[in-house]
Design a protein around this ligand. Structure first.
Ligand code: MG
Length: 370
């Protein structure tokens, strides 16, 4: 048998296959219910990055209920990956039968099957994974940080993000962020210098900068990064387009501050090839497809000696709290998506002087906002 044939045969799971070729998962006693709903989250400020400008975000919210226990999930669709809330909902509904008939304690097996059946739609997958993990934590009666063996005292400080705006509003946003010891500033347009100068006119705090793939020229990227270093910037996130790995490697050899991959790092399999081009990776549940894949990505990055960061999209406390439960693992966090909205349906992780404070209840530990 040749290698290709052997690997194909070996990758078939040794369990009963369904007529559709999928994996059959054992059904426990008791009825399960699943809901999926698109929720419009209103932003406190119009949010502008190199990719878009908006006053609200629609995210997909799910619940998974069995045996009187309800798990909550959420996924924030990412336009860059051709997702929206409707496509995320369609993805969740496409595996409804699997989710209602499977044993939720086999959550890793369920998620492997969801990943196998659903192409793309990472936010939809995250909405399923988070609801299952919340349910599992509640069933076991432990917070999810305990499930992952982590110490809630080890949570990092989170940055507070300042979107692209006029120098006056940028300065006002910087002053409003007085409680946060580290700020993250979005750049990547022609207004980078005035933006950073506006922030610096209001604070001396350490800054982290996200260019969201905004610089297409490697020499411009080096010039900007070296200027940012002089302005007290600690690291730069995704300076160049994700596919420009060779140029990013060239830039990395000519700057001093670390370069973190975001758009270039979506899944675990991306990480080994990023090692020579970036100092670290920014992992987000909405990109990875949930907590299980995000945990795997963080462990791979750490094993490769890279810095780790947890980020988020604009979303409610459901996704941000799920990410925060993994945050004792990381070097940096940017988990402020819930702080940028005005109608969060839940309370979960809190921020005190920038530090993430995890709720102690089982599962995600969420409580309704009302
Ligand atoms: Mg980013």
């Amino acid at each position: 048998m040749n290698r290709r044939k052997f690997l194909q045969t070996a990758s078939v799971a040794p369990v009963a296959a369904t007529a559709a070729g999928g994996v059959a998962l054992a059904a426990p006693a008791g009825n399960a219910t699943l809901t999926s709903k698109i929720v419009r989250l209103n932003l406190q400020h119009t949010w502008t990055t190199t990719m878009s400008s908006s006053q609200y975000r629609d995210t997909l919210h799910t619940t998974y209920t069995r045996g009187g226990i309800t798990g909550h999930g959420e996924g924030a669709p990412i336009v860059r990956y051709h997702e929206d809330a409707a496509s995320a909902q369609k993805a969740v509904e496409s595996v409804r039968d699997l989710l209602l008939t499977a044993d939720p304690m086999q959550f890793a097996k369920i998620m492997a099957e969801v990943f196998r059946r659903v192409p793309g739609e990472w936010a939809g997958k995250a909405a399923i994974d988070i609801a299952l993990m919340d349910w599992v934590g509640k069933k076991l009666g432990i917070p999810l940080y305990s499930y992952f063996g982590l110490d809630p005292k080890d949570t990092p400080v989170t940055t507070f993000s300042i979107g692209i705006d006029t120098p006056e509003i940028t300065k006002q946003k910087t002053l409003e962020a007085a409680d946060y010891p580290v700020l993250k500033v979005k750049v990547g347009l022609a207004t980078d210098e005035p933006t950073i100068e506006a922030v610096r006119s209001a604070t001396k705090k350490p800054l982290r900068v996200d260019a969201n793939e905004g610089w297409k020229d490697k020499e411009e990227a080096v010039r900007k990064i070296n200027w940012l270093e002089k302005m007290g910037v600690e690291f730069i996130e995704q300076p160049m387009p994700a596919e420009m790995l060779e140029e990013t490697r060239w830039v990395r050899g000519r700057v001093h501050i670390p370069i973190i991959a975001d758009e270039a790092c979506q899944h675990a399999s991306d990480i080994p090839k990023l090692r020579e081009c970036f100092d670290g990776v920014n992992v987000k549940l909405d990109k990875s497809g949930g907590m299980l894949e995000a945990y795997r990505m963080l462990q791979i990055a750490k094993a490769l000696g890279m810095k780790t960061m947890l980020g988020c999209m604009i979303s409610s406390s459901v996704t941000v709290t799920a990410a925060a439960h993994l945050s004792p693992l990381v070097d940096f966090s940017d988990l402020d998506g819930n702080l940028l909205i005005s109608n969060d349906p839940f309370h979960g992780v809190r921020v005190e002087k920038g530090k993430l404070i995890l709720p102690r209840g089982p599962g995600l530990g969420l409580t309704p906002a009302k």
